[in-house]
Design a protein around this ligand. Sequence first.
Ligand SMILES: [Fe+2]
Length: 182
Amino acid sequence: MMDLIKIRKVEKHSEMKPTLLNLIDAEKGFKWSNGDHDTDVKYNVSKTDWEQRPSNYVDFYLTHIKEYFEEYDFVNCSQGRVHNVWFHQYHKNDFHGWHVHGGCQFASVYYLELPNKKFATQFYDYNKYEVINVDVEEGDLVIFPSFIPHQSPKVLDDGRKTVISANYSFEELKKFYYEFDL
Ligand SMILES: [Fe+2]
């Protein structure tokens, strides 16, 4: 299952980072926590815009990142659909427990700030009953089928982790994948 998790280096990361952080800083956002509620998924995130109106940073982000959403493994799409984009900013003791993303084919996580790789996304291999750590660093974009369980482990130091996530689907494939001589 691990080969379904794709890691891409975003080439323009260092150019994009200050602009995206400024735009996210300007966002009001809110603290997102299940608090005392005994929910299946537990979460405590200091600042997010989850399920808010589309924000200024989204256009900028998608303009720079869309090309990465058009290919996955050996398949390219000629038409894709981004369902939603949101950011999470994690401070000490923040986390987002095990979950999947519904209503889409792929989920993605872009590490806008990742001062400590120990607190990167973890995946769960439900065939082997194992937690999988992926080797990512700031500036990486992880793309994976949205049904793979994953979590953001609790941040235990004073570094701030900022990710931009997106859900998307392929709607049409590029023709050359299915036009061949038999
Ligand atoms: Fe997620």
